[in-house]
Design a protein around this ligand. Structure first.
Ligand SMILES: [Zn+2]
Ligand SMILES: [Zn+2]
Length: 384
């Protein structure tokens, strides 16, 4: 069985270094479920996607922390050699009345690795909002060794957001696309109902539910009004149009002809992303350099935009996706973010999350392992 627990940065690093081998907790109902050989995923409190995977070696319970402290070496509990271990230190975490009620637990752990594989972006767009369909994504993720998946259908699935797409209808091709039966076919209540059912299930991995919100400066205030009543695990903002033209659809790309050159399109895309990030509406930025699929792309002329985007993401404390869809869906060379933008994100210490943009279960987890290593600067492409 898997357990997800939060842990402060200092003890987190001590476990990673192999110094701390015993975790101390209250022996409450939640912790009583932990057994020897179970897996514990420790999420760092200030960065939930920094995760240590540990295996439980042994569980010991005590009437209180005083008794527990007598049985363990202070360093194994997370103290430095020059520190005095005092069981009263645990009062910083737990109230005395709770300790009296539940007692203390020592979890002896073995640290395994820090490679938490998340696929933070996938769509149920081509299926119904049913438990069975979600489980196909979960099963695919388990088969690929993922630890978490995040489901986020587009806002154009939900009737509540229909008003935010009116500006795209002035072009016939786009109006036809918006009239497809997969658009505005559900309500958010349908989605909430599904989520509620899944929350009751004992899932083998962590599953989060959010939305991929099509953002444009013209619709920002409309979105703000709708989103204030939306309560999901996360919201991912995405730029899919520039000046009301969908840049990522084969039927609409030609609408730019005679209107804008590619350099203007590229720069306006990043300007739109800056507005998205500064709007304060979102937790994550979807596919930050997806505009590369549009045509000739010159990194060197966009470095100033990369810097501005990184600073804005950092200020907003948002995640940027490293979205591998650009590689396996659009045939682009890099596995996710372009090398220069990825480097600027890393230099600015921007939070990043890997994502496949899977539109069917078979694509869940595609290239996520490689993207995770790339985020850490650890991936060397194999030459063929
Ligand atoms: Zn998208
Ligand atoms: Zn998507």
């Amino acid at each position: 069985m898997r357990h997800d627990l939060n842990l402060y940065k200092e003890p987190f690093e001590l476990i990673r270094q192999g110094r701390k081998t015993v975790e101390l907790r209250l022996n409450d109902e939640k912790r009583q479920k932990i057994r020897a050989q179970d897996l514990i995923f420790f999420h760092r409190t200030d960065e939930e996607y920094s995760v240590l995977k540990c295996r439980v070696q042994r569980i010991r319970t005590f009437p209180d922390f005083k008794e527990l402290y007598l049985c363990y070496d202070p360093v194994s509990m997370g103290y430095r050699e020059d520190e005095t271990a005092d069981s009263a230190d645990m009062l910083a975490y737990y109230r005395q009345e709770d300790i009296d009620r539940y007692g203390a637990m020592a979890i002896e752990i073995e640290y395994l690795d820090d490679l938490y594989l998340t696929d933070g972006h996938m769509h149920m767009e081509y299926g119904d909002l049913s438990e069975e369909y979600v489980m196909r994504f979960v099963d695919a993720a388990v088969a690929r060794g993922l630890d978490e998946i995040d489901i986020l259908d587009h806002t154009h699935r939900f009737r509540e957001f229909e008003c935010c797409y009116e500006h795209l209808r002035k072009y016939e091709e786009q109006d036809t696309w918006l009239k497809q039966k997969t658009k505005f076919c559900n309500t958010l209540d349908d989605y909430y109902g599904l989520i509620e059912k899944l929350r009751k299930k004992d899932l083998p991995i962590r599953v989060k539910f959010g939305l991929e919100v099509c953002y444009s400066t013209d619709t920002e205030e409309m979105l703000r009004k709708i989103l204030k009543d939306v309560h999901l695990d996360f919201l991912t903002g995405a730029i899919h149009s520039i000046d009301s033209i969908l840049y990522d659809m084969p039927f609409s790309m030609k609408l730019f002809e005679g209107k804008k050159d590619i350099e203007t399109i590229n720069r306006e895309f990043y300007e739109a992303e800056l507005s998205l990030v500064r709007s304060g509406l979102f937790d994550r930025l979807a596919h930050p350099d997806q505009i590369r699929i549009c045509g000739p792309y010159d990194d060197a002329r966009l470095m100033d935009m990369y810097e501005r985007l990184s600073s804005a993401l950092k200020t907003a404390d948002m995640y940027a996706e490293n979205n591998t869809g650009i590689h396996y869906r659009y045939g682009h060379d890099s596995i996710g973010l372009g090398e220069n933008l990825l480097q600027v994100f890393r230099d600015h210490d921007v939070r990043m999350i890997c994502a496949s943009d899977a539109h069917k279960p078979e694509h869940v987890g595609t290239d996520i392992y490689e993207a995770t290593l790339r985020n850490r600067g650890r991936y060397e492409r194999q030459s063929i």
